[in-house]
Design a protein around this ligand. Structure first.
Ligand SMILES: [Zn+2]
Length: 230
């Protein structure tokens, strides 16, 4: 089985949908609504160490392992910001980065937010800052990339940004960097854990940046594909 550019041609219902779209779909009697999804899912294996193949009563599911983990971490980071304060690692050699004058101004806006996720920064001299701590597991190069990304958001939304949105951006950026990657073999237990945790999230169908997490091929698509009389 290969996942290339053709998956959508297998059947219109295979495409992952976000919950909003799904809720708007007419629900047929044989297909449980979204809350039923996630029940009794059994992972079978991976495609190219990137996509989990799973089944449930209703058919076949493909789960993008990176965005699935991203969704799980995003909600954890967003919802329990202070609880993470225990998982902070001091950097023995602080990572430094040079900011533009505008970025230096923007940093003041996001500094507290960064700190609440475990990224503590300190002004060294002029416009050079040092990263003193990171959440454990986050490489300092990723912390630098995260700071630059979030500064970019503040820059772009100078007049209209909200702290709430900045928090979400930080949580999403952190989640992306900390999530398991594609091309990574997973044990059966890890796949089970991932699917279980995914369905505890508020929105298991869509990643924080709006990409689908699950593609589904329902029983009806399968029967149609095999030209079974219905
Ligand atoms: Zn990502």
């Amino acid at each position: 089985m290969r996942l290339s550019t053709e998956p959508l041609s297998i059947g219109p219902n295979l495409a992952g949908r976000d919950s909003a779209n799904r809720a708007a779909e007419p629900v047929s009697p044989n297909e449980p609504p979204l809350p039923g999804l996630g029940h009794g899912i059994k992972p079978l294996g991976q495609i190219r160490d990137s996509y989990i193949v799973a089944t449930d009563e209703e058919g076949l599911l493909l789960v993008d392992q990176h965005v699935a983990h991203e969704r799980i971490l995003f909600e954890q980071f967003r919802d329990s910001r202070l609880a993470r304060a225990t998982n902070i690692q001091p950097l023995l050699i602080p990572a430094t980065l040079d900011l533009s004058p505008a970025e230096t101004e923007s940093l003041a806006i996001i500094q507290d937010e960064l700190e609440s996720v475990g990224i503590e920064t300190m002004q060294l001299s002029g416009r050079t800052i040092a990263i003193k701590t990171t959440p454990s597991g986050l490489a300092s190069s990723d912390a630098i990339a995260l700071i630059r990304e979030v500064l970019g958001v503040v820059e772009r939304e100078r007049r209209s940004f909200s702290l709430e949105h900045i928090r979400d951006e930080i949580a999403a950026s952190l989640a992306c960097k900390a999530a398991i990657k594609v091309n990574m073999p997973l044990t059966h237990e890890k796949m089970e854990w991932l699917i279980e945790e995914l369905f505890k999230t508020q929105n298991p169908m869509t990643c924080p940046h709006g990409r689908p997490i699950i593609m589904r091929m329902g029983l009806r698509d399968i029967e149609r594909g095999f030209k079974r009389p219905v």
